[in-house]
Design a protein around this ligand. Structure first.
Ligand code: NAD
Length: 351
């Protein structure tokens, strides 16, 4: 299937197929929209079953980055890249450098950062071949203990967004005694649990990796639950922090939480259907790409001038943007994900 006829094609500006004979690199870079700035997005390395699967992923993900950056108030557009291959088996320094050259050929329309299957070390190898890299802590930041890992900022942004959602839907300013179920307590979920615990919330957690659950039980007095039960608990907030498509035909009728606020990308299995289903059940959904934007906000400020209070002030705006979305959704009787899309489009399509 060619990009122009692909169902995920959405007026993307550039779709570049990259090949390097010496290293065997096969990659696709998609730049969705650069009206607000360069198309920033991660480079995902994954053993895609087919080229079409890789194309689907890169078209969808790059579009998502445009919306995320616009709502986060960042002067940047949306891009993404995928390398077809198994990161454990096929990744070599030469392959990463070849990817860096592919990024360089786009002259800055695309800025590469880490994603699933790539690490900060890989981006450093790419940076030997291109200036167009994001999210790399410079020597001064490293000396100050910064790693370039965006998860702490993502978790803080989700915490701020969760507070805004609780205020809007439950009329509570205080999180003391709030009951929250977290699905996935990895890099972001664990840190979100920490913020919630410190604010006095009661936690229920699950993860496929047992030690991650045990750590939350030990550190925060969380209650461990099974993976099958987590979404259906009688809690105030359900926070998906593991995988996409968790809000679907099977789970939505079982939800008892009044608020959905978590870090996972693409939480709605079919946005039109499942966003409307949540809205019909009066469950307030914090659109994923708005609430989890802390990471790209952090990446935006990475560099010699990084100043934590400035970044934190920007993260606070996630709560304000969500409140605007919630209020407009109520006024216009629309699902929150529809309003988020419209608000983002109003920003990046503005001339
Ligand atoms: P992570 O891999 O560190 O953590 C995810 C956790 O979910 C892992 O502990 C994993 O074992 C667990 N998990 C996987 N499948 C599960 C299942 N079926 N049930 C329960 N637990 C399961 O990833 P992360 O960086 O914490 O990111 C979490 C989510 O947030 C992902 O969807 C990611 O795309 C999204 N996100 C992350 C960032 C960031 O800065 N890290 C930014 C934006 C969005």
């Amino acid at each position: 299937m060619t990009p122009f006829t692909h169902p995920e094609f959405d007026q993307h500006e550039t779709v570049s197929f990259c090949h390097d004979a010496a290293t065997g690199l096969r990659a696709i870079i998609a730049v969705h929209n650069t009206h607000l700035g360069k198309g920033l997005g991660g480079c995902r390395m994954w053993p895609y079953a087919s080229e079409d699967e890789a194309l689907t992923d890169v078209l969808r993900l790059s579009r998502g980055m445009t919306y995320k950056a616009a709502l986060a108030g960042l002067p940047q557009g949306g891009g993404k890249s995928v390398i077809i291959g198994d990161p454990r088996r096929d990744k070599t320094p030469a392959l990463m450098r070849a990817m860096g050259r592919a990024v360089e050929r786009l002259n800055g329309a695309y800025v590469v950062a880490e994603d699933s299957g790539t690490s900060v070390a890989d981006i450093r190898l790419m940076a030997e071949q291109t200036r167009h890299v994001g999210g790399l802590a410079d020597a001064k930041s490293v000396a100050a203990g910064r790693t370039g890992d965006p998860s702490p900022a993502t978790a803080l942004g989700v915490f701020i967004g969760l507070q805004a959602a609780v205020r809007h839907r439950l009329g509570r300013n205080e999180l003391k005694g709030l009951c929250v179920a977290i699905q996935g307590v990895g890099n972001v979920g664990y840190r979100l649990a920490k913020h919630l615990h410190e604010a006095g919330a009661q936690l229920w957690v699950t993860d496929i990796y047992a030690p991650a659950v045990e750590r939350c039980v030990q550190d925060f007095g969380a209650t461990a639950v099974t993976m099958e039960d987590i979404h259906a608990l009688d809690v105030d907030v359900f926070a998906p922090c593991a995988l996409g498509a968790i809000l679907n035909d099977a789970t939505i009728p079982q939800l008892r939480a009044k608020v959905i606020a978590g870090a996972a990308n693409n939480q709605l299995a079919v946005p039109a259907t499942h966003g409307a289903a949540l809205s019909a059940r009066e469950i307030l959904y914090a659109p994923d790409y708005c609430i989890n934007a802390g990471g790209i906000i952090d990446i935006h400020y990475e560099g010699p001038a990084y100043h934590a209070p400035v970044v934190e002030a920007h993260l606070q705006r996630i709560g304000l943007t969500l409140t605007q979305i919630f209020e407009r959704a109520a006024r216009e009787a629309l699902p929150t994900h529809v309003v988020a899309d419209r608000m983002a489009e109003e920003i990046f399509r503005r001339d």
